[in-house]
Design a protein around this ligand. Structure first.
Ligand code: FMN
Length: 152
């Protein structure tokens, strides 16, 4: 299953770490969003897209990137790291998933976990979830990636 993983990770590199672990597990090609246009989506069976969550949604450049894609019927999964983790996954992933579905993507999974968050006043106390993602999160990401291998 040829997989491409695209990420945007601007705050502490939290989502980049998760993207790297998933790519390792899947033997996937991995790219930052800015270089994603250099990849030929046609050769991939599965595309993963993720970023940190900024104001309850994925990074705006990732959302814009989807807007500019042609329609394609391809399997895709969505991932993120955030200050709130699982608590807000439905709200946080909604916009990106809506856009992918509108472009014809078939969504096969979601993954999220906590990430170090030192936005705004949180900086003063060193931030929330300082040690996340941690080894347990990486293992969850590997398990998630493995579960995608059994998807048709
Ligand atoms: C500008 C900004 C806005 C954020 N908004 C949210 C938010 O709405 N909900 C949340 O749970 N975390 C929020 N966070 C925390 C990030 O989602 C979290 O730190 C994430 O792991 C960052 O990923 P990154 O290091 O890959 O950029 C925000 C962080 C920043 C910098």
């Amino acid at each position: 299953m040829k997989t491409l993983i695209i990420y945007k990770s601007i705050h502490h590199g939290n989502t980049k770490k998760i993207a790297e672990v998933m790519a390792g597990e899947l033997g996937a090609d991995l790219t930052e969003l800015e270089q994603a246009k250099n990849y030929n989506f046609a050769v991939y069976d599965l595309i993963g897209l993720g970023s940190g969550i900024y104001m309850w949604r994925h990074h705006k450049t990732l959302l814009k990137f989807i807007d500019e894609l042609p329609n394609m019927s391809k399997n895709a999964f969505v991932f993120s790291t955030s200050g709130a983790g699982m608590n807000d996954i439905l709200k946080n992933h909604k916009k990106l998933k809506e856009k992918l579905t509108a472009k014809g993507f078939n969504l096969v999974g979601d993954f999220t976990c906590l990430g170090w968050d030192s936005v705004g006043p949180l900086k003063l106390v060193g931030g929330l979830n300082k040690d996340r993602p941690n080894e347990e999160d990486f293992q969850s990401a590997r398990n998630f990636a493995n579960s995608l291998k059994t998807n048709p």
